[in-house]
Design a protein around this ligand. Structure first.
Ligand code: NAP
Length: 257
């Protein structure tokens, strides 16, 4: 059977559980013919190694903390132990201290925590892409995940600011890497009940009414629509698309009320 990612080598960064969006992306990418490597950082690496066995084909697990310059520097070497280059990179990474960055305490947030949220959730799209650039010698596709940063949400707070940074970052990367044949796009997903979402105090206030306002409805435990869009952007079916944000939210963003 032909798959849309036949022959492609893909790194999915940010897989912890089988509820991670990255896990769903890795699964569908494999089903579509890709060779997939996954990564996660430090403390959850053991979980990721176990979870990797639940994929259709067990994927190699690389250690990558996007805030560690040494990890970024050695990444090409770790990747080359398994594949001779990359055709696609998925950035499925975000972090903000749930005590200070999320949950309605926007005013008074300490800069150190804001800096961490922006480094892990926005700047890392640039640092991960740069680390992988030497592996994408014949071009490639970089795909990240955002939550609509054009408006203010309940509880999302400084993570929303970090996502606005991520969205802008993807456009500048698209500008600078287009001449190298590298496309950079984001998928803007609706609320999904992943580990990261459960850590947001007040997540229910964000998702309240989503399923009824979205013309297509919305299932907050179904990762497949989001993962399929990521896979489509990794494929050769969006050859002239970069700096784009594709909404996978049931159509919520397009409705006024
Ligand atoms: P997730 O399973 O918790 O994935 C987030 C990943 O980021 C985890 O694997 C986490 O590792 C990793 N991470 C955190 N800090 C890192 C660091 N310094 N270096 C490397 N990796 C790090 O949650 P998810 O919902 O699938 O999130 C994936 C992406 O989708 C995020 O960008 C998120 O903002 C975005 N998104 C989510 C939703 C939603 O409603 N869930 C909606 C729109 C967009 P640990 O688990 O070990 O901390």
């Amino acid at each position: 059977m032909m798959g849309v990612l036949d022959g492609k080598r893909i790194l999915v960064a940010g897989v912890t559980m089988d509820t991670s969006i990255g896990f769903a992306v890795a699964k569908i990418a494999q089903e579509q013919g890709a060779t997939v490597l996954i990564s996660n950082f430090g403390r959850a690496l053991g979980i990721t190694r176990r979870i990797a066995g639940r994929l259709p084909a067990e994927a190699p697990v690389l250690e990558l903390d996007v805030t560690d310059p040494e990890h970024l520097e050695r990444l090409p070497e770790l990747v080359r132990e398994h594949v001779d280059g990359l055709d696609g990179v998925v950035h499925s990474i975000a972090y903000g201290n749930p005590e200070t960055m999320l949950g309605g305490k926007f005013l008074g947030a300490p800069w150190a925590d804001v800096a961490q949220a922006v480094q892990v959730s926005a700047f890392s799209l640039a640092s991960l892409t740069q680390a992988c650039q030497p592996l994408m010698t014949s071009g490639g596709s970089v795909v990240g995940l955002t939550f609509d940063a054009t408006v203010a949400w309940p509880a999302y707070d400084w993570m929303g600011v970090a996502k606005a940074g991520l969205e802008s970052c993807s456009r500048y990367l698209a500008r600078d890497l287009g001449p190298h044949g590298i496309r950079v796009n984001l998928v803007s997903a609706g609320p999904l009940k992943t580990l990261a979402a459960k850590a947001i105090p007040g997540f229910e206030d964000i998702e309240a009414g989503w399923a009824t306002k979205a013309p297509l409805g919305w299932d907050n435990v179904d990762l497949e629509p989001t993962a399929k869009a990521v896979v489509a952007l990794l494929s050769d079916f969006f050859p002239a698309t970069t700096g784009e944000i594709v909404h996978v939210d049931g159509g919520y963003h397009a409705m006024g009320a």
